[in-house]
Design a protein around this ligand. Structure first.
Ligand SMILES: [Zn+2]
Ligand SMILES: [Zn+2]
Length: 174
């Protein structure tokens, strides 16, 4: 979905659209949208470009980095991005807004591509690693058993609490 900045009236241009899971061309990002996400907000024209304020809501399906289980997580991103005309980007009075500023973007051909913005914002806000729960034990290096479900006998897992108590007694007895 593209918005032409010149056509935006004094009240701004409000928008709401669905982002399909196919917004991401590759599956390498480690997550996917489990259903279309909703991007709603307002685009306002400014002297040097435009500002987009809104939010993206949906749900993503991610894989736990330890046990590889699929877990779903809510997606709730507040978006606030300033688009600057090319000639104003990184120059003059907007010099403090360089290309490294996450909240500033270049306005290309007087248009804002809201779909591309949504994809960019989702990628920026999804952590690289997810865990199904903070204390996920993961998979056994040797037999591949899910250590959340079974106690394999390979000995790579955490110390059994019963033996930990015994070890403590033994250590204190020294
Ligand atoms: Zn896990
Ligand atoms: Zn094992």
């Amino acid at each position: 979905m593209k918005i032409e900045v010149e056509a935006i009236g004094p009240m701004g241009h409000s928008f709401e659209f669905l982002i399909g899971p196919d917004i991401f061309e590759t599956a390498t990002s480690g997550f996917r949208l489990s259903a279309p996400a909703r991007f709603s907000g307002l685009v306002e024209k400014r002297a040097h470009g435009a500002v987009v304020v809104g939010n993206i809501r949906g749900e993503i399906e991610v894989q736990c980095a330890r046990c590889l289980a699929e877990v779903s997580r809510p997606l709730d991103i507040e978006v606030s991005v300033e688009f600057l005309n090319k000639e104003d980007f990184g120059s003059g009075e907007n010099a403090e807004l360089g290309p490294n500023d996450l909240d500033a973007d270049v306005l290309d051909d007087g248009e804002i591509d809201l779909s591309a913005l949504a994809a960019e914002q989702i990628l920026l806000n999804v952590p690289e690693q997810y865990f199904c729960r903070p204390d996920c034990k993961g998979l056994c290096d040797k037999c591949g058993a899910d250590l959340n479900l079974v106690d394999c006998s390979c000995g790579t897992g955490p110390i059994d609490p019963r033996w930990a108590g015994l070890k403590k007694l033994k250590d204190e007895g020294k």
